[in-house]
Ligand binder design. Structure first.
Ligand SMILES: Cc1cc2nc3c(=O)[nH]c(=O)nc-3n(C[C@H](O)[C@H](O)[C@H](O)COP(=O)(O)OP(=O)(O)OC[C@H]3O[C@@H](n4cnc5c(N)ncnc54)[C@H](O)[C@@H]3O)c2cc1C
Ligand SMILES: *[C@@H]1O[C@H](CO)[C@@H](O)[C@H](O)[C@H]1NC(C)=O
Ligand SMILES: *[C@@H]1O[C@H](CO)[C@@H](O)[C@H](O)[C@H]1NC(C)=O
Length: 440
């Protein structure tokens, strides 16, 4: 047997990255009784003000991982006030009246069926982190490299310190260093690529949003569609502010993949939407002159062919970074976390029953995780890209036909929501046991 320093009833696990998925994974592992250390590059929790929402499936996974994850979401999350998620025509209406009224409604879906809970990422991250015991997260630790040794995996950090663990779960985000190490620097999947969509984001007083959109739309989340662009608005901060996202299709290459955000002039948006309806034009007029522009990158062009090698694996955006058009990128990471906790439990109990080494058991567990998660998470990345085109009337099968768009969005969304978590875990367990029997 290889080095069993502990009593063998738990594992010592290193999580790389204290983003949403790293923290959720750590909370799940701690509840399962493992020893966990999270290594985070930044000096504090990374602040991205973006809003996010979680599906019913993701919330079920949270509950199973550790109820405190879901409780934190319930404390900071907000459900939409309106019972429907509504999709509007932002382009065709000619009068302000038509733009603000039901006349410009393309279609709607029950919000209950969508079953999303929204929150601000940074607020949720801090709320969850309160449940982590002191000392679990080590800040200022940027992973540089790792190597597998007999006793486990040795991690090397940028400040030359090292650490050891039985398994490494890397949740270091879209520009993951661990992905480059695991897949090799020459693998095309080691770097994300530009989706040819850019997002402009601003926060404006809700009064400005009401002036442009009317009371009904401004007080609920609403999506506007049109040619080569789409817009998402939703109230934040207890209905005092409005979060504005304008997405534009951008056929040009993005100049610098290392710098994905920049401050820019609003005139780019004004000219791109100059032929849109009066409501959207008025909203843009009320945005600040300087706006925040965000290049959207993902892994759709070059998906990873595996999420694990040896005793190291990738989870969350590190494994399958997605564009935000399904609003479910993080949900995939939550599902990853639950599968990981479950396969590590199977591996540990099997290694206790036999003289199987810990290294073998951990390796089989992480391989099982990779096998079970690849297809679904990569479908999301692909479908999310297409959703961006569907919203922007660029997807040939649906064009600008609201009935076809509605049917397409519904069938894709079903794949996300109507998902049997119990069955995924049963498959993961079977896959893991199969590998351990084969190996041992
Ligand atoms: C505009 C937008 C809207 C979105 N909306 C939604 C939504 O509504 N619903 C949804 O489910 N998802 C949404 N997403 C996706 C979601 O934000 C991501 O999937 C999620 O944040 C990924 O979490 P993560 O923990 O995997 O990665 P990250 O949040 O990127 O965290 C990675 C962490 O690792 C750290 N790190 C990086 N490198 C190293 C290193 N070498 N060593 C140590 N630490 C390191 C980073 O500092 C960071 O703290 C959206 C994304 C965008 C861009
Ligand atoms: C880490 O070690 C390398 C090589 O010994 C050295 O060049 C570098 O300055 C060290 N970095 C820090 C932060 O100590
Ligand atoms: C590296 O940084 C961490 C976190 O700040 C610190 O605990 C550790 O002592 C540092 N190691 C070295 C060798 O400087």
């Amino acid at each position: 047997m290889d080095g069993d320093a502990t009593d063998g009833s738990s594992l010592d696990i290193a999580v790389v990255g204290a983003g949403i998925i790293g923290v959720i994974t750590a909370l799940g592992l701690l509840r399962a009784g493992h020893k966990v250390t999270v290594y985070e590059k930044a000096d504090d929790y990374f602040e991205v003000g973006a809003a996010m929402s979680f599906t019913g499936v993701a919330r079920e996974c949270m509950e199973r991982l550790n109820p405190c994850i879901l409780e934190a979401l319930q404390r900071v999350g907000e459900a939409n006030r309106h019972p429907m998620n509504r999709y509007w025509d932002g382009f065709n209406p000619v009068s302000m009246d038509a733009a603000q009224s039901e006349e410009s409604l393309l279609f709607e879906q029950s919000a209950r069926e969508l079953d999303y809970t929204g929150c601000l990422r940074s607020v949720y991250l801090r709320e969850m982190a309160k449940s982590l015991p002191d000392g679990v997260v080590k800040f200022g630790m940027s992973l540089e490299s790792y190597s597998e040794v007999a006793e486990g995996v040795e991690l090397q950090f940028a400040n030359n310190s090292t650490a050891q663990a039985d398994a490494v779960i890397a949740c270091d985000g879209i520009h993951s260093k661990a992905r480059r190490l695991l897949l090799g620097d020459d693998s095309p999947a080691s770097r994300p690529s530009f989706t040819h969509k850019v997002a402009y984001r601003a926060i404006i007083p809700i009064a400005d949003s009401i002036a442009a959109l009317g009371h009904d739309k401004a007080n609920n989340q609403c999506a506007h569609m049109g040619p080569n662009a789409h817009a998402l608005f939703f109230p934040v901060a207890q209905w005092t502010l409005s979060n504005v996202f304008i997405f534009l299709h951008d056929p040009k290459p993005w100049p610098d993949p290392h710098k994905m955000t920049l401050e820019t002039k609003k005139s780019e948006v004004t000219s791109a939407l100059s032929e849109w309806g009066p409501s959207i034009r008025e909203l843009v007029r009320r945005m600040p002159e300087q706006v925040f522009k965000w290049a959207i990158f993902d892994m759709a062009d070059h998906p990873a062919d595996r999420y694990a090698r040896g005793r190291v694996c990738l989870a969350g955006d590190a494994a399958h970074a997605s564009s935000p058009f399904h609003g479910a990128g993080a949900c995939m990471g939550v599902e990853d976390a639950l599968v990981l906790v479950s396969v590590l439990e199977v591996a540990l109990s099997m290694s206790k029953l036999s003289d199987l080494g810990k290294a073998e058991a951990v390796g089989a567990a992480l391989q099982a995780y990779s096998t079970v998660r690849l297809e679904r998470s990569q479908w999301l990345v692909q479908s999310s890209r297409e959703m961006g085109d569907i919203y922007e009337w660029r997807y040939p099968p649906t064009g600008s036909d609201p009935a076809k768009i509605k049917a397409e969005i519904e069938s894709r969304s079903r794949n996300l929501w109507d998902f049997d978590v119990g069955r995924m875990l049963a498959e993961a367990k079977m896959e893991c046991e199969g590998r351990l029997k084969l190996g041992g």
